[in-house]
Design a protein around this ligand. Structure first.
Ligand SMILES: [Zn+2]
Length: 385
């Protein structure tokens, strides 16, 4: 019931709507300021007859308190008590605050998109925390940057919406209706934690997990679990695993990870690097390549990672700053991006192979590299993120 009002921003609750609510629920909404006073209505439904018509309210000029009336074709002029014109609207931020308190995470909620999308907190679930998001409309998520933030960065997340659109939201492990996640128990709202947990994918002994947990990735496959330090390559791999059989341009992977528009990466931003800065970038790039060779020769994983990180950053900056340099330059930059992204993923797969040969083989058989990367699983794996 409240769901519909949360979803439609501009719709007001009339005094009649409020009267139809359960008294305790109405008081709760008012006391917690989940609904606030909106502008008075200028039309009201007639309650003098049974024709269900809505009439404009007319003010009777006169002394003392203002008197209001409507004209009913059946009953004639009918007086309207002023309180029938009062209207309320849902304060979505207050609702998000209330829901967040029920989840009980410190420093929550966090506004992702003003008035429409919030991070409510985290829910402890089995092998790790799960983020809980609340959107006033599922549409809000599709339009927001959250849809572009990497799953790796966001971690395992659940989405609560007033009403589930045709399909669950991509990038979330579960999409749950508000009325399912929370319940009115006659005195207050209660979090239905078991319902939320039930919506999460089950992790059995055979479950495959690829989950970012702070600075590490927890990976489980074929009954064997291990952790790896977070790396660029693992972030890319996580993105690919989320979208099986969907070719991802290397430039998009890089852009998503960096949190910028792919368009800007392709050099359409219109900015041109001045030649001095460009020479410096390129010199630093050559230096890093040498250092990388050296680190590889010494098999120094720490240094290899560090070099690759900086090379990635450099490629990103180059790609972002290069604008009107012409097709050749764009092509060269795209080439750098393709090489750097592919190399990072291949390195991640090598590291995984060292921990779990079988999973390494699975990735080798399922991943394709190039200007587009793709994870086409040789056999279906139900990854939990
Ligand atoms: Zn009437």
């Amino acid at each position: 019931m409240l769901s519909a009002w949360i979803e439609r921003d501009r719709i007001c609750l009339t005094a009649d709507d409020l009267d139809r609510l359960d008294g305790a629920f109405r008081d709760f909404l008012l006391e917690e300021r989940l609904i606030v006073r909106a502008e008075n209505a200028d039309h009201v439904s007639c309650d003098a007859c049974h024709a269900h018509h809505v009439e404009q309210v007319r003010r009777l000029p006169g002394t003392g308190t203002a008197r209001l009336r409507i004209y009913c074709p059946h009953a004639g002029w009918t007086e309207v008590p002023p309180r029938r014109l009062q209207q309320w609207r849902v304060d979505r931020s207050m609702v998000a605050g209330m829901l967040s308190r029920l989840i009980g995470t410190a420093n929550a909620p966090e506004t992702v998109v003003a008035r429409s999308l919030w991070w409510l907190g985290t829910l402890e679930s089995g092998g790790g925390n799960c983020n809980v998001y609340f959107a006033a409309q599922q549409k809000a998520v599709e339009r927001s940057t959250l849809g572009r933030v990497t799953v790796a960065k966001r971690g395992r997340s659940i989405l609560i919406v007033p009403r589930i659109a045709e399909s669950p939201q991509e990038g979330f492990v579960a999409t749950v209706a508000l009325g399912e996640a929370f319940r009115w128990d006659g005195t207050t709202l209660v979090l239905q934690e078991d319902r939320l947990r039930a919506a999460l994918p089950v992790e059995g002994g055979e479950g495959a997990v690829f989950r970012r947990e702070g600075e590490t990735y927890r990976i489980s496959y074929a009954g064997h679990s291990f952790t790896l330090r977070q790396s660029v390559g693992l972030d890319y791999l996580a993105e690919l695993l989320c979208r099986p059989r969907q070719p991802m341009p290397a430039v998009t992977l890089l852009a998503t990870r960096a949190g910028v528009e792919a368009g800007a990466m392709k050099g359409s931003s219109g900015k041109v690097l001045d030649s001095q800065a460009r020479r410096e970038y390129e010199a630093r790039g050559r230096e890093l390549m040498c250092e990388l060779e050296d680190a590889r020769a010494c098999d120094d994983m720490g240094r290899i990672e560090a070099c690759q990180e900086e090379l990635d950053k450099l490629a990103r900056e180059l790609a972002k700053a290069t604008g009107l340099g012409g097709r050749d330059r764009e092509k060269r930059d795209a080439d750098k991006v393709r090489k750097s992204v592919s190399a990072a993923v291949k390195r991640a797969v090598q590291n995984i192979s060292k921990q779990n040969k079988e999973l390494g083989r699975h990735f080798e058989a399922s991943l394709t590299y190039g200007s587009e990367l793709c994870y086409s699983p040789e056999r279906e794996v139900d990854w939990c993120f």
